[in-house]
Write a protein that binds this ligand. Structure first.
Ligand code: HEM
Length: 412
């Protein structure tokens, strides 16, 4: 069986050759031995990915320790409460939780955030420009791609500004493989998140604000969320909502800096050009490398002769499916024109997933990118990379993917 260490730095920087090799061996869904001693089925083919994500026989309800890292110490309680969110449920329970959260993500509510996102982007860029003008190197992750989605999701959750950096640290840690962290860090992060959101919920119940979270905390619906479910919902929105969008912004900026012709074309073509850049970045540098784990509740034939055994842990690798050469011509190339009007009409990418758990925040993520990216390059049209892109460190693990830093400076 092929072996994989998800914490390996070289794999994190460029996992695509590994996935391509799996697929080329004629195994677009294949068992892989993970470095934590477990094994999992990795789905790297586009067609197989859609099949698995739409098939209710693949359950989202976690099996104890199946294909997952283990956690040390006293974390179990905090972690199990935070993990009771909709992505970890199936069927009627999933529909109930998703329906309750969807009130915050209607097109009307999302589009109403446009001016706020624009205002925030401008203030982030004012600081970034001042720093860049002083001649220094600035980091498009820390100083651009991070603050914006955190602010947006914090507004939705009603999280005060001074707490946002802590939330970022904890979220980063719970999404990392245990092997990539110092002993105890993972435990501490789960407990801190649990404590933080418990206090936030108590506060919202006492003094509701205008945010979505207050709305959920005061929902009179008889199917409304209890405290544990609210905690889990807050965690999911934070976890699903900010790091993914941060990686979309960071990867798009990095790709454009390395493809000046594409940057010029986007700036020339306006909305349709930027929309094509965003779709192609989602495909080429999928911010969620893999979906959450699925478990085969019975033996499943994927229709191509591959039979996944009952009880198997399954990870749909969106980043790999989005580069399946059977679906995308020239899959490793960054070519926004494939999503431009009149382009080759590429099939939709799977970066937001597929099936019942398809991303609830896709419209918001696209909006943030549509607002922020043109503003970045209007404010700083002469940016260039201050490091070799091939050496930039990437986040380890199979779940979230993006550069940890994108150092840039203005042209002299
Ligand atoms: C570029 C940014 C984003 C990407 C690539 C992304 C991707 C995804 C994917 C692939 C899934 C399905 C996971 C699975 O099936 O296991 C998902 C689910 C979800 N996403 Fe996103 N997401 C992004 C941004 C957001 C934002 C901004 C929010 C909300 C603030 C959000 C909220 C959610 C929620 C609540 C789910 C769970 C849906 C369910 O279980 O029914 N996402 N996302």
């Amino acid at each position: 069986m092929t072996a994989l260490d998800p914490a390996d730095a070289a794999f994190a920087r460029d996992p695509y050759p590994f996935y391509a090799a799996l697929r080329e061996q004629g195994r677009p869904a294949a068992p892989v031995a993970l470095s934590n001693g477990t094994s999992a089925w990795l789905v790297t083919g586009y067609r197989q990915a859609r099949t698995v994500l739409a098939d209710p026989r693949f359950s989202n309800v976690p099996a104890p320790k199946a294909g997952r890292r283990t956690s040390e110490g006293t974390t179990a309680g905090a972690r199990s409460v935070l993990e009771q969110h909709m992505l970890n449920t199936d069927g009627a329970e999933h529909r109930r939780l998703r329906r309750l959260a969807s009130v915050a993500f209607t097109p009307r509510r999302v589009d109403a955030l446009t001016d706020r996102i624009a205002g925030l982007t401008d203030s982030v860029l004012a600081e970034l420009t001042a720093r860049a003008e002083r001649g220094g190197v600035v980091d498009l992750v820390d100083d651009f791609a991070f603050p914006l989605p955190v602010l947006v999701i914090s507004e939705i959750l009603g999280v005060p500004e001074q707490d946002r950096l802590d939330l970022r640290t904890w979220t980063y840690r719970v999404g990392s493989p245990a092997g990539a962290l110092a002993p105890g860090e993972l435990d501490q992060a789960w407990q801190s998140l649990h404590r933080y959101f418990s206090q936030l919920i108590a506060e919202k119940r006492r003094r509701p604000g205008e945010d979505l979270f207050s709305l959920l905390a005061h929902d009179d619906d008889e199917a409304a969320l209890d405290d544990g479910e609210l905690l889990a919902m807050a965690f999911l929105l934070l976890f699903a909502g900010y790091e993914t969008t941060m990686n979309l912004l960071a990867s798009a900026a990095l790709l454009l800096l390395g493809h000046p012709d594409e940057l010029r074309a986007a700036r020339r073509d306006g909305d349709s050009g930027w929309a094509a850049v965003i779709e192609e970045t989602l495909r080429h540098a999928s911010p969620l490398e893999g979906t959450t784990w699925r478990r085969a509740s019975e033996e499943v034939d994927l229709g191509d002769g591959t039979v996944v055994p009952a009880g198997a842990s399954v990870l749909v690798v969106l980043a790999a499916a989005n580069r399946d050469p059977a679906v995308f011509t020239d899959p490793d190339a960054f070519r926004p024109d494939r999503y431009a009007p009149g382009g080759e009409r590429a099939l939709p990418h799977l970066a937001f997933g597929h099936g019942p758990h398809v991303c609830l925040g896709a419209r918001l993520a696209r909006l943030e990118a549509m607002v922020a990216l043109p503003r970045l390059f209007d404010a700083l049209p002469d940016l260039h990379l201050a490091a070799d892109p091939g050496t930039l460190p990437y986040r380890p693990g199979l779940l979230v993917r993006g550069p940890r830093t994108v150092p840039v400076r203005r042209a002299p």
